[in-house]
Design a protein around this ligand. Structure first.
Ligand code: UD1
Length: 313
């Protein structure tokens, strides 16, 4: 293992990846984060083993400088959230589209070999058939989905026009320790964790029968590490990074009540705009080409996550 850079490396997924790279014996890990949604506490325990740059990915000179001598970039930095991109589309466009463009430009100029990108399952929109396969037409339903899809296109173009190796991994609702539950835009399971521990009711948007392929963060980390080792023939393509399952919000809240031995009814509100109804990954391509091997059941991931939130209270 050699020299890596993680954008958004102080964030929920990025910091898990940083720890994964260090566990694997990476020689050098550079972390770039502007701390907009990331937190230094996420990388506190590894601070002495990384090279941290508080930099915005839209700053070309700073990115070019941070990438000096780096072989591979994991691009995790983004302004996430479907509803945030609807309520306030300009910042999310600027970071998710222009920022990604800038990361690719700096990577090419710095002589980086490969960029691995956090793409999103939201690109599919509502498909007629489940599970969702990479060959299906994309139908973004929100600015966020369109922005993340644009990033995929840019990666494949950087592969074909500029010889950069690129791999896009469409994440499917990643959850786990360190996911920040403090905002209305936070991932639903982090909000569920907060509510079950406080013994309060979460709000479910719609009837709760919408489903997601919730994927435990350590499975996503493992997949990224495999993508880093994949042959050059894997480059220029898009892969589903899901678990392959499908859980409704009602089932997820039910499970948390069972684990905690409590009964707390959820409140139900109107469906959220831009929401995809169902999401489930066909993992065949990622398994075959990248060696994807999800190791956590939904319940195992939920138990590990709940333990973490309990301890960090
Ligand atoms: C979407 C992407 C996901 C991406 C994420 C980034 C899809 C299928 N998934 O997640 O890959 O990582 O954006 O932000 O598009 N909800 C509630 N109550 C709440 C909060 C949310 O009921 O308090 C509901 C939402 O309406 C939605 C589900 O929970 O139906 C999941 O929402 P969220 O966690 O925000 O993620 P997605 O928008 O599905």
């Amino acid at each position: 293992m050699s020299s890596f850079l993680v954008t958004g490396g102080a964030g929920f997924i990025g910091s898990a990846l940083v720890r994964g790279l260090l566990r694997e014996g990476a020689d050098r890990v550079v972390v770039v984060d502007n701390l907009f949604t990331g937190h230094l506490k996420n990388i506190e325990e590894v601070r002495g083993r990384i090279d941290f740059h508080q930099v915005d990915i839209r700053d070309y000179d700073a990115m070019r400088n941070a990438m000096e001598g780096v072989e591979m970039v994991f691009h995790e930095a983004a302004i996430p959230s479907v509803p945030r991109s609807i309520h306030d589309p300009v910042p999310s466009h600027d970071v998710n589209v222009n920022g990604t463009f800038n990361v690719l430009r700096a990577a090419k100029d710095a002589g980086v070999r490969r960029v691995i990108y956090a793409a999103s399952s939201s690109a599919y929109g509502d498909t007629l058939v489940l599970p969702k396969v990479e060959t299906m037409a994309t139908m973004p339903k929100s600015p966020y989905a369109a922005q993340k899809l644009m990033g995929e296109y840019y990666l494949s173009v950087w592969a074909s026009c500029f010889g950069l190796e690129t791999i896009s991994i469409r994440y499917f609702n990643v959850f786990g320790p360190r996911q920040d539950p403090s905002s209305a835009y936070s991932g639903v399971l982090s909000l569920f964790m907060k509510h079950i521990l406080a013994r309060t009711s979460p709000t479910i948007f719609g009837d709760g029968e919408q489903s997601r392929d919730f994927t435990f963060v350590e499975d996503v980390v493992a997949l990224n590490l495999r993508a880093a080792k994949a042959p050059a023939s894997a480059s220029g393509r898009v892969y589903n990074g899901g678990n392959g399952g499908r859980i409704t919000l009602n089932q997820a809240w039910e499970l948390l009540q069972k684990i905690e031995g409590v009964s707390i009814a959820a409140q139900y509100g109107p469906p959220r705009e831009g929401d995809v109804r169902d999401s489930q990954a066909d993992t065949t391509l990622a398994v075959k080409v990248l060696g994807h091997a999800p190791a956590f059941t939904f319940e195992e991931g939920m138990r590990a996550t709940l333990d973490w939130y309990r301890k960090s209270q």
